[in-house]
Design a protein around this ligand. Structure first.
Ligand code: C2O
Ligand code: CU
Ligand code: CU
Length: 503
């Protein structure tokens, strides 16, 4: 089965995303009324005061709802995204009001080809200003959902851009209004975006899309507000979701091999992924395929906002294996409870034929060399304790400052090859992200030890541990303002953002 028919087959399953989760939830609630537990769920799960147990588990993994293209012109993708409130009975504790794109959690998948022109009508039915930011995509600044271009409640606008050749990869979209980004994302606003290449060398491998997010609910089933730890460390919900579901079950392809695209769209949760027994090969990062496969992965750290493409080969022995997110120490402060390893989903591996799987192509694509460096930049992440108003807070800064929408911190010339040095002088990990382009990590420095990047890759987000410096090469092709920031959304929201003027 080729990739397209595989996707079509998945697309024909009538229950999509949240609807399926919802059906499962209602089935679970039904059972509990009769004193029975839903499958895979403890008997007391429906008790209102145990929200940690209140989301059902064990449903078949949902496929992502897709945004339908309403254009009949070849090469044009046209659709509407409406951000609005939607209330769902996710738990027995009470209804949950989410904010969602087209009532879908996660937001519907936009799937296009390199060269396509995308035209999205955005309708804002939220009680706050919003924008749509096309995370990682090379779109002009004025189409990129900058906070300066906010769409007011009740208003709408069109985002329009053409995707260049070579940008095939795994992207996403989310709001980026000033002061409201973190809240809008944790209420449910984030969707996926895949740009495909016609000559994708892995298109024969059946594809699986896994969007990791989380949900923090209070005892009454509502989306909980941030507490002091959330503001300091970034918000982590008690429910880690995949495709909007809590610990669903993935039925692995009978051929024994799948290509997984994984998104970390969590506000702050780091995903230290492992899948014991399976063979994992890294083939792509944020900005698409690597030059060649990187085999022999045992675990993989996916920081907030990052994406990967993996080839997963089934273990020889059939059975159920948990996709785990292990404990990752990222230097949290405050008095958050200690982290625990989580099961993100269960994978049901069937019997494999015993025939060895074909070797992956030795070469996936050619990554252009950016060439000699024409300009340099330095960005420093730091933290500062504040006792303003008698409240103990941590301020996170970029080059010693907090974000000011009307200030440019750095200037670049469109088309210049630049070397950016990002230094993390704070005590916590922070994922650095820049808008408008993909970069190549050249090397990182920790305790004066320089480590060259082990392979070439396009990324738009890179994690920095405390004390680490990374050097990146990038080119901004469009003029206009661009932001760079920590992608822990509470940090971003509190002003851990700098602004670049591309002239
Ligand atoms: Cu995911 Cu400033 O963005
Ligand atoms: Cu972005
Ligand atoms: Cu941060």
């Amino acid at each position: 089965m080729n990739k397209r028919s595989f996707l079509t087959a998945l697309g024909s399953i009538p229950l999509l995303g949240l609807n399926q989760a919802l059906a499962q939830t209602m089935a679970g609630m039904d059972h509990s009324q009769h004193g029975m537990a839903a499958p895979g769920q403890p008997a007391q799960a429906a008790m209102a005061l145990a929200p940690v147990n209140a989301l059902p588990t064990g449903a078949p993994l949902a496929t992502l709802a897709k945004l339908t293209n309403t254009s009949t012109t070849p090469g044009v993708f046209q659709a509407t995204l409406t951000a609005a409130s939607v209330t769902l009975p996710l738990t027995a504790a009470g209804p949950t009001e989410l904010w969602a794109y087209n009532a879908s959690l996660p937001g519907p998948l936009i799937e296009v080809f390199e060269g396509d022109t995308v035209e999205i009508l955005f309708i804002n039915r939220l009680p706050q200003p919003s924008t749509i930011h096309w995370h990682g995509l090379p779109v002009p600044s004025e189409q990129d959902g900058n906070p300066q271009d906010a769409v007011e409640p009740g208003a709408q606008r069109i985002y329009k851009f053409t995707l260049p050749k070579g940008c095939a990869g795994t992207y996403w979209y989310h709001p980026h209004p000033h002061g409201f980004t973190a809240e809008q994302v944790y209420r449910g606003l984030a969707g996926t975006f895949i740009v495909r290449a016609k000559d994708d060398p892995l298109q024969q491998v059946p594809e699986r899309l896994l969007v990791c997010s989380d949900l923090k609910l209070s005892g009454d089933g509502r989306i909980a507000a941030n507490d002091a730890n959330d503001e300091m460390d970034g918000r982590e919900g008690q429910f880690a979701l995949v495709n909007g579901q809590h610990q669903p079950v993935l039925q692995f392809a009978p051929g024994g091999r799948e290509r997984w695209r994984i998104w970390n769209v969590n506000s702050a949760r780091y995903l230290r992924l492992s899948l014991p027994g399976a063979t994992l090969t890294l083939v792509g990062t944020d900005g698409g395929l690597l030059e060649k496969p990187v085999s022999g992965l045992t675990e993989l750290l996916l920081a907030p906002a990052q994406r990967v493409e993996l080839i997963v080969d089934a273990p020889v022995k059939p059975g159920r294996v948990a996709l785990q997110a292990g404990v990752y120490a990222r230097g949290k402060m405050g008095n958050a409870p200690p982290d625990q390893a989580l099961t993100l989903l269960q994978v049901d591996f069937g019997a494999v034929s015993g025939q060895p799987l074909p070797a992956l192509p030795a070469k996936l694509r050619t990554l252009a060399n950016l060439g000699p460096v024409q300009a340099k930049k330095r960005v420093v992440f730091s933290e500062k304790m504040s006792m303003a108003g008698g409240v103990h807070r941590m301020k996170f800064l970029v080059n010693g400052k907090q974000f000011d929408m009307d200030r440019f911190d750095l200037t670049s010339r469109a088309g210049d090859v630049e070397l950016w040095e990002i230094a993390n002088e704070s005590d916590m990990d922070h994922p650095f992200h820049i808008h408008g382009t993909q970069f190549e990590v050249i090397e990182s420095v920790l305790n004066s030890k320089v480590t060259a990047a082990p392979y070439r890759a396009w990324r738009d987000t890179v994690n920095l541990i405390s004390g680490e410096t990374v050097r990146l090469k990038m080119v901004q092709h469009f003029k206009g303002p661009r932001m760079y920031h920590c992608h822990i959304l509470e940090h971003e929201n509190a002003g851990m953002i700098g602004q670049l003027r591309v002239a």
